[in-house]
Design a protein around this ligand. Structure first.
Ligand code: THU
Length: 133
């Protein structure tokens, strides 16, 4: 699947965002090695800390369905009334990616209307993972 289509699916996921507290809506689309795609959105909570990011929603949906091999994830975000825009993953989501993905796993983002691609090692240098234990 090409990056443009994965970004489109992330935008579709974003429309389900439940974000009444921040008014910041995020969508993610995670491509598995078998070609399936898991979509996720951010889901907020009045108690704040139970909030989960779009990326982790996508990963946890996929992992809970038995998926373990991932190719790339597209992410878009922005204020709820604004179009899909640049929304790089938070540190916690990067750490979740490091649990399941190698250094070459790709993060596909939309910046100023253009698609950019980073690897996990680009965005999480010197990360901690199970190989250190
Ligand atoms: N958020 C994500 O969904 N992904 C990220 O990587 C960064 C932040 C969400 C969490 C919260 O609902 C809102 O964006 C504002 O932080």
């Amino acid at each position: 699947m090409d990056n443009k289509e994965l970004i489109r699916l992330a935008g579709e996921a974003r429309r389900a965002s439940y974000s009444p507290y921040s008014d910041y809506a995020v969508g993610a689309a995670l491509l598995c090695a078998d070609g399936t795609v898991y979509k996720g959105c951010n889901i907020e909570n009045a108690a704040f800390s139970p909030t989960v990011c779009a990326e982790r929603t996508a990963f946890f949906k996929a992992v809970s369905e038995g998926k373990r091999d991932f190719v790339k994830i597209a992410i878009v975000g922005g204020k709820a009334n604004e179009p899909d825009g640049f929304s790089p993953p938070c540190g916690v989501c990067r750490q979740v990616m490091a649990e399941f993905c190698g250094k070459d796993f790709e993060i596909v983002l939309l910046r100023n209307g253009e698609i950019i691609v980073k690897t996990l090692s680009d965005i999480l240098p010197l990360g901690f993972d199970s190989s250190m234990m």
